[in-house]
Write a new protein. Structure first.
Length: 271
């Protein structure tokens, strides 16, 4: 999964620390320290512990002190591996923004583009639900670490045989990512609100029932109250599948336009 131009108002951002240091850690790993490291402690292990902490307690809980406590070491020990929390966040982002498990370029080679994009979108959606703190990070300017770049590579593989320019490919990927992110945010926020308030969805809507009776009898909202009783029974997953199919329907129409069909590079598979 790679972020291309998605913006949100957040307190955290990709590349918020020393960009050169973050990229060096992503691509080259940790440099040998002047003092000996604690046996068994690795950069990968630190990133894993940080992700698990953020998954469990949210991004606001992320600190070098808490990650060190997770690993059973002193805070200063972490600084031998990662210079600061901002660079640690960059490493976390690169880890989770890679392709979903099993979604490598070989997996999608030769498959229909629609199946490829659908699987990639479902994989990205699952990533957001596993790591809801991702929605708190502004990734408008992503750092291109090896995993994030591989996610981009896999997405491009899904479009390789289609008659698209580079700009069109990026636009397709960005469009799907925007849809996935929007639905994931809706789902995650609904979950978080129920947990934070202690009020279930059923209790929330039942509290409004008396006023809805008044609104019904006013006659001002005929379309609203003509909706069937099961209108809002669709699950988050069902809503996601419905919306994704409509996005792919629109792309299919775009790919089938006459000027695309006349292009000798056109095809139906991912690779």
């Amino acid at each position: 999964m790679i972020k291309l131009g998605h913006t949100m108002t957040t307190a955290h951002s990709s590349g918020g620390g020393d960009i050169s240091r973050s990229l060096r850690l992503m691509w080259e790993g940790r440099e040998s320290p002047n003092r000996g490291p604690r046996p068994g402690l690795t950069l990968d292990g630190i990133v894993t512990a940080a992700i698990e902490l953020a998954d469990r307690e949210g991004l606001s809980a992320l600190s070098m002190r808490k990650v060190a406590a997770e690993l059973g070491v002193g805070t200063m020990t972490l600084y031998r591996y990662v210079p600061a929390k901002e660079e640690l966040l960059d490493l976390m982002l690169d880890r989770v923004n890679g392709p979903a498990p099993g979604h490598d370029a070989e997996r999608f080679t030769g498959l229909p583009w629609r199946q490829c994009l659908s699987e990639i979108a479902h994989g990205s959606y699952a990533t957001y639900l596993r790591h809801p703190w991702l929605l708190q990070v502004n990734q408008s300017r992503p750092l291109l670490g090896p995993n994030a770049l591989l996610g981009f590579e896999v997405s491009l593989t899904a479009l390789r045989s289609l008659p698209l320019t580079g700009r069109e490919k990026v636009a397709v990927i960005t469009t799907i990512d925007a849809f996935v992110t929007g639905l994931a945010r809706t789902h995650v926020l609904a979950q978080q609100l129920a947990e934070q308030t202690g009020v279930s969805d059923e209790e929330f809507w039942n509290a409004q029932a008396p006023l809805m009776e008044t609104a019904l009898h006013s006659g001002a909202y005929p379309e609203v109250f003509a909706l069937p009783d099961n209108t809002f029974d669709m699950t988050g997953e069902e809503m996601f599948a419905f919306g994704l199919d409509r996005v792919l329907d629109g792309l299919e129409v775009y790919f089938a336009r006459p000027e695309a069909a006349a292009d000798p590079v056109s095809g139906t598979g991912c690779g």
